[in-house]
Write a new protein. Structure first.
Length: 320
């Protein structure tokens, strides 16, 4: 069984520490100062058994859990990677092309921290995603397979890729980086799960669930990913350097809040109207959309196997 690791401060100190969760409520502190996640990863294989043997000395109620992903890092995103999400976005259910884009590290925040709607955003949306943490530096093309993917991915975690949709669709519908990178728009955690070989066999059994004020909005299994972790890492490595501690967001299931225009309406709008008018039309189309996020709501994310053997914890973010 893999290890569930958290990054935290105690309620009496601002010192940042790492620890292993035991019995879902106790913490065995990890000795050593690891300012960066990459430093912890570099010692994991050598020290994991020693860390795991330490008796618990803290309770989860005694700590403030932080994002387990540390800056600086790359947040590399896969888009439209579930068939239902592709369909609701007006695309075909599958594609020959793996959509890759970036989200800025400015967006990183903790799993229980408030999320702020950007001041000039009128269409605010959620996106639960399974995060893959890289365990080694990749500075040349690599051939990753289902059999060796665990050599490249060291941990899994919950990510919510909050999105300012109307900001994304400015400048000819190509402002994804801006619309996804606002401060606090990427809560991560609470757990960084370091799977063992047996856990990898259950990767497809991981169920992603997002709720807004208790209502299920998104739910899917990892086996529904169109582009899987191994070919995705191989594909990205052809052109881009990646490093231990970087995070790949594997895409969101269907069920987002946005009501996008149909293919025909979008094509007509592109022909007849400028960018500003197109965004205004999208905002108007979603004026009465009650699924859009608003201040005061609670967004909850979980990723686990249905039997609870693998559990990445529960992320809860209040929309400020």
């Amino acid at each position: 069984m893999g290890l569930s690791i958290i990054r935290y401060t105690t309620k009496s100190s601002t010192k940042i520490s790492w620890g292993i969760i035991k019995n879902q409520k106790e913490i065995s502190p990890i000795s050593g100062d690891f300012e960066q996640l990459s430093q912890l990863i570099s010692k994991f294989d050598e020290q994991a058994a020693i860390w795991n043997a330490v008796k618990p000395s803290l309770n989860l109620t005694d700590v403030n859990i932080l994002s387990p992903i540390t800056k600086p890092c790359k947040l590399i995103c896969q888009g439209l990677n579930y068939a239902e999400h592709r369909e609701e976005a007006g695309k075909e259910r599958s594609s020959d092309y793996n959509l890759i884009f970036r989200k800025d590290e400015s967006a990183i925040t903790g799993p229980y921290d408030p999320v702020n709607i950007p001041s000039d955003c009128q269409i605010f949306d959620y996106e639960i995603e399974l995060g893959l943490v890289l365990g080694k530096n990749i500075t040349e093309p690599v051939q990753v397979t289902k059999e060796n993917v665990s050599d490249y991915v060291v941990a899994w975690c919950i990510v919510n890729d909050f999105s300012a949709r109307d900001m994304m669709f400015r400048a000819s519908f190509r402002q994804w980086y801006l619309g996804k990178s606002g401060r606090t728009l990427c809560p991560i955690g609470p757990i960084l799960f370091f799977p063992d070989k047996a856990d990898w066999k259950r990767f497809d059994d991981l169920q992603l669930t997002l709720k807004v004020d208790g209502e299920i909005r998104q739910q899917a299994f990892a086996n529904q990913l169109i582009f899987r972790p191994a070919p995705t890492i191989s594909y990205i490595s052809k052109n881009i350097d990646m490093y231990a501690g970087d995070l790949i967001l594997t895409g969101t299931p269907g069920g987002i809040a946005l009501h996008p225009p149909s293919k025909l309406k979008r094509k007509m709008a592109e022909l007849l109207f400028d960018e500003r008018k197109q965004v205004e039309m999208m905002v108007k189309m979603n004026k009465d959309n009650t699924r859009l996020l608003r201040s005061g709501q609670q967004v909850t994310c979980t990723i686990n196997t249905k039997d609870g053997v693998i559990d990445l914890g529960k992320m809860e973010n209040f929309i400020a």
